[in-house]
Design a protein around this ligand. Sequence first.
Ligand code: NAG
Ligand code: NAG
Ligand code: NAG
Length: 523
Amino acid sequence: MIALFTVFALLAFSSATSVRYEADWKSLDTRPTPDWFDNGKFGIFIHWGIFSVPSIDFDHNNHSEWFWSFWKINQSPKYVDFMNKNYKPGFSYADFGPQFTCELFEPDQWADIFKHAGAKYIVLTAKHHEGFTLWPSNYSWNWNAVDVGAHRDLAGELKAAVDKVGGVRFGMYFSQFEWFNPLHIEDLKRKPPTRNYPNMVSYPQMIEFVNNYKPELIWSDGDWAGDADYWRSTEFLQWLFNESPVKDSIAVNDRWGSGTWGRHGGYWNVMDHYDPGHLVGHKWENCFNLDRYSWGYRRTMTSSDVRTMLELINELARTIACGGNLLLNIGPTADGRIVAAFELRLRQLGRWLQTNGEGVYGTKPWIYQNDSNIWYTSRLRSDVGHRPDRVFNSQTEKNTIVYVFVMQWPHYGHLILPSVKVTQRTKAQMLGHNHHINVEPYEGGGAKLDIGAMDWHSLPSFDAWVIKLEYLQTEHRNPLKELIKQGVLDENGRPVALNVEINDNNDDSEEVAGFRKDRYDII
Ligand SMILES: *[C@@H]1O[C@H](CO)[C@@H](O)[C@H](O)[C@H]1NC(C)=O
Ligand SMILES: *[C@@H]1O[C@H](CO)[C@@H](O)[C@H](O)[C@H]1NC(C)=O
Ligand SMILES: *[C@@H]1O[C@H](CO)[C@@H](O)[C@H](O)[C@H]1NC(C)=O
């Protein structure tokens, strides 16, 4: 544990002076993720591309954006039949390109929705595995949104719109590999692999995008078909952190080549929907879809496929209580709309956050993460003596404020919080409500909050509530240490489970075509 904190202390100092990073993980991994990312807590993921044209999935496989792969690589019968039934013989995936028209795309309206959703950043699929770029890339000739379909610089327009509303940072999702790029396929046939595809396509594309659009986040993906050397990842990150126009504010994830997930780069995505349910010793992010069955848009989506407010708030609470950020995904349509069901939910969530954001933005995990499905965050009145890069806040009577996320109205109006230890001065109040909540010690050490006296009609929400607690007992508890003792985390704060969940094996030739069964399950 001492070692862990020493590392954090060194990180804090290194960010203050201007360090130069080397092109190796040992050096790159010491760069702290900028504070804006941790403070922001909530972002919006946008899966948009040529796949938004067919916009269909079968058997709830959760990936309408993998249409091309299911159709041509897996030759999955339902996809093949769908194409045979509805399209002329010889219709190719590229023929969907001109139909990605985006004629109703109003970037200002999108930016307004994101802002009012309470999101602090967005991540746009600037290029997904299909290789189509939403910006006029000089390295994606005739397979980009200015040459084909919309004839607009979609990434550029969206970036300009979010910059205009302010408070929402622009991020780039970027697929390293492309299913059908012949350069990439040829590279991987060679032993050792040649690097023509990264040299001529993916690497210059990232540099081009960063220089032109100055994203503040890069969400790398599609990296598993090669190692970090193949993608030139460490070289790229060195440039990004030392030289690029966004070197001070850029946040990056961990998908930089097979074996890097949950280990290297910036914050950890680990796998899609990563949601460990316990504290982790490193910043992480949970990407989560609003349509429970897909990232890309599906025309067959029904209202019950859209996650409820309670599901969203619950996911947000359990994520931030454990040190993560929530990246909530929407899939816009090929004509450029965010469908009403998504817009409604985002605006509802934004309204909820207007009342309860105090317990969300700029908070840290507490010394306890949860009591069953009640989740905790915390904030310090004064930061004196505390490192900005700490993973959780300490508990002192005078200085610590605790926020309690309640997902279910308790029976008999009594909220029992086993991890909360009260003092004479303890104060409790629901955010968005001025009623003073009576608090008393509960037998066995916890706290009992009397919320039954609050009139149901006066509550600020009918979904979930946040209660602010002040002046709880000072308590020395290090949740990371507890988790290390339990064998959940290793001595570096890394979940032990990740060592088995992530398969680093990269010798499967099926990956050349971009598909591997065991990988697909978690992508
Ligand atoms: C798709 O996601 C749903 C809900 O998260 C899950 O129940 C289902 O098993 C997933 N389907 C596949 C094929 O992975
Ligand atoms: C593509 O190259 C041209 C000519 O060198 C340059 O003017 C343009 O800015 C480049 N486009 C991008 C997106 O970098
Ligand atoms: C906290 O939540 C986790 C995961 O949902 C659960 O396994 C654990 O038992 C909970 N802890 C407490 C103290 O209730």
